[in-house]
Design a protein around this ligand. Structure first.
Ligand SMILES: NC(=O)c1ccc[n+]([C@@H]2O[C@H](COP(=O)([O-])OP(=O)(O)OC[C@H]3O[C@@H](n4cnc5c(N)ncnc54)[C@H](OP(=O)(O)O)[C@@H]3O)[C@@H](O)[C@H]2O)c1
Length: 223
């Protein structure tokens, strides 16, 4: 898929470490990216900060709903605890669109011990809430924010992309490549529970080995 086919991307919660890092990489790759926030001012401020670092006015920022309204692809990058509330606030803008969720629920006191979301996974909960006119794909759950803002840093990992719709997964895989990583089609949205569980596992690996960027790699893929 050509990047020019993707259209406008809105990153909901794009003021955070994960969303802003990906937004920056996508803008650097030439994509049209809007930073969404609960506050239009905070969204605009973060976009300006990223533009300064890029050296060109590539990003815009606004409130979450306006960002989603202007986008072809909406990326959800908020804490699991606020997912339902934030989704509710952007629902009117979503019908007919692809929603790529990065959300990884880290429930319980110990973030490195996986506890599934009550609905099976955050991604399935998002699909159920958004309804059948929205195509949800899960991706980036296992990519730490740490190196995203360092464009020269090669992020050594594969990115699992789960979703029931192949065309929507293709868009997410193209966004993974644009961010400098390798996207792997990982089956149905139901499988997002596994990717979400791996996030807690990787937090444990990071803690045990005193590192910041444990990631995953799928072996045996065709070159
Ligand atoms: N950080 C990582 O290394 C990493 C790695 C893999 C996956 N993830 C997942 O990616 C998602 C985003 O991660 P992040 O580290 O960027 O999160 P974050 O910085 O905690 O939050 C992202 C944005 O969400 C909004 N937000 C924060 N708390 C909120 C609340 N209580 N209610 C409503 N909105 C709130 C804020 O935007 P505004 O205040 O501007 O609205 C914030 O900038 C999470 O689901 C996380 O599990 C993160």
């Amino acid at each position: 898929m050509q990047l020019s086919e993707i259209g406008v991307i809105a990153v909901i919660g794009g003021t955070g470490a994960e969303g802003s890092g990906l937004a920056w990489r996508w803008a650097n790759a030439g994509l049209d990216v809007i930073i969404g926030s609960r506050s239009a001012g905070r969204g605009a401020e973060k976009a300006e900060e990223l533009n300064q670092r890029l050296g060109k006015p590539a990003l815009r920022g606004t409130d979450n709903l306006s960002a989603a309204e202007q986008a072809d692809v909406v990326v959800l990058s908020v804490p699991y605890e606020s997912q339902a509330m934030i989704l509710d606030s952007i629902l009117p803008a979503l019908p007919g669109k692809k929603l790529i969720t990065i959300v990884a629920p880290l429930l319980g006191e110990k973030k490195g011990r996986y506890q599934p979301a009550p609905g099976g996974s955050a991604a399935v909960e998002a699909q159920n809430q958004a309804g059948e006119n929205v195509t949800v794909v899960a991706a980036f759950q296992n990519v730490g924010a740490h190196h995203l803002v360092d464009i020269d840093h090669e992020i050594d990992c594969d990115v699992l992309v789960c979703g029931d719709d192949k065309a929507a997964r293709d868009v997410a895989v193209a966004l993974v490549q644009a961010a400098g990583m390798n996207g792997v089609h990982a089956g149905a949205l139901q499988n997002a529970a596994v990717a979400e569980g791996l996030t807690a596992l990787l937090i444990s690996v990071n803690a045990i080995y005193r590192i910041k960027d444990a990631g995953i790699r799928i072996t045996g893929l065709p070159a």
